[in-house]
Design a protein around this ligand. Structure first.
Ligand SMILES: NC(=O)c1ccc[n+]([C@@H]2O[C@H](COP(=O)([O-])OP(=O)(O)OC[C@H]3O[C@@H](n4cnc5c(N)ncnc54)[C@H](O)[C@@H]3O)[C@@H](O)[C@H]2O)c1
Length: 327
């Protein structure tokens, strides 16, 4: 298949590309503005050819990887990049709560207008499937977990609002134009290739490796649903191929509720096993815009995609620490 992957130089994008390269036979075109992911990050996923946006032709079949350096707010680039693609996986976004609190307008431009641009590109290029990277906890907001697809959304941060708007456009483009959009609401994703991420698992491992204090924001009783990246990539790939899921939204997480304190307690043995000892943990002020409790009911994904998470937290943390320490 011909895959157009926005944000393909990032954590989850490079993991998807690795998985496609391992299987072989796929053509992949990446559009990324290189604000977070880098050419080196993409090169670690596979040899690529960089094409300037001015000389961009339609995608052709056969195994290859292309990079187009450009921004998803460029609507003309979106239309040209999508020609010849079978599927769009839309990962590029402002990915954080804090940046969205600091710059709500910038978050909106990337996450709402950027998403609209690639849905428009899918419509004009006649692309069948459009996969949207959404976010469960930030869309639903404060609610009694487990969260699920039928809960009314009350975003807390601008990031949740912009992802919810993206889901709204996905629904509209399916119902009005027949673009088979699939919105996947990811839990907290962790795993190899996340060296640049500021999420709790990546941040703690990086700080431990540097001999720095691990800072828990708040009292550590806040909960999250931590999903290992390989499980997530299986869900993305199933969403690209399973019939009858156009216009649907899925929670993609593990259904396990873990406090940040428990996560820390389970990470420390993995760090010790990798030779990192004497780690200090400290509690600091809580952060604005974050929900207190979050884990997801994933039964819809199990029923309609035939998917469930398989990698347990201890095993996932062990593999992640191993990647950070040994590469
Ligand atoms: N990592 C998680 O835990 C998590 C959880 C929920 C949802 N998501 C969503 O999954 C997607 C991928 O997340 P990730 O963790 O791989 O993030 P990432 O920051 O590692 O990757 C995002 C990539 O998009 C690129 N990018 C950002 N803004 C862009 C723009 N305006 N134009 C073009 N490229 C741009 C960046 O350079 C980067 O390479 C995002 O949409 C994110 O919101 C991630």
């Amino acid at each position: 298949m011909n895959w157009l992957v926005t944000g393909g130089c990032g954590f989850i994008g490079t993991a998807l590309i690795r998985s496609l390269r391992e299987e072989g036979g796929h053509a992949v075109r990446v559009v990324d503005n290189l604000s977070v992911g880098t050419r080196e990050d993409l090169a670690a996923a596979g040899d690529f050819v960089e094409v300037s946006s001015g000389e961009l032709g339609p995608m052709v079949s056969g195994e290859h990887l292309e990079l187009v350096a450009g921004d998803i707010t460029d609507d003309d680039l979106a239309l040209r990049a999508a020609r010849g693609a079978d599927i769009i996986v839309h990962f590029a976004a402002n990915t954080g709560v804090m940046p969205s609190v600091e710059d709500p307008r910038g978050d909106c431009m990337s996450n709402v207008v950027g998403t609209l641009n690639y849905l428009e590109a899918a419509r004009h290029a006649g692309i069948r499937r459009f996969i949207f990277a959404s976010s469960g906890g930030t869309i639903i907001g404060e609610a009694e977990p487990p969260i699920h697809e039928e809960m009314p959304p009350h975003p807390v941060a601008p990031y949740g609002a912009s992802k919810l708007a993206g889901e709204g456009y996905c629904s509209a483009y399916f119902r009005t134009f027949g673009v088979e959009s699939v919105a996947l609401r990811f839990g907290n994703v962790y795993g190899p290739l996340s060296g640049h991420k500021n999420s709790v698992v990546a941040r703690f491992i990086k700080r431990a490796v540097e001999g720095e204090v691990l800072e828990i924001y708040g009292d550590g009783t806040q909960t999250r649903d931590f999903i290992y990246v390989d499980d997530l990539i299986r869900a993305v790939r199933l969403s690209a191929t399973v019939d009858g899921v156009g216009g649907e939204v899925f929670q993609i997480a593990t259904s396990a509720e873990t406090t940040v304190q428990e996560l820390t307690d389970r990470l420390l043995p993995a760090l010790t096993a990798a030779g990192i000892d004497g780690i200090e943990v400290r509690k600091t002020a809580a952060r604005r815009g974050e929900v207190r409790r979050n884990y997801a009911d994933t039964s819809k994904a199990q029923r309609m995609l035939g998917w469930r998470a398989e990698v347990g937290l201890d095993e996932g943390l062990r593999r992640t620490v191993d990647w950070f320490v040994r590469g």
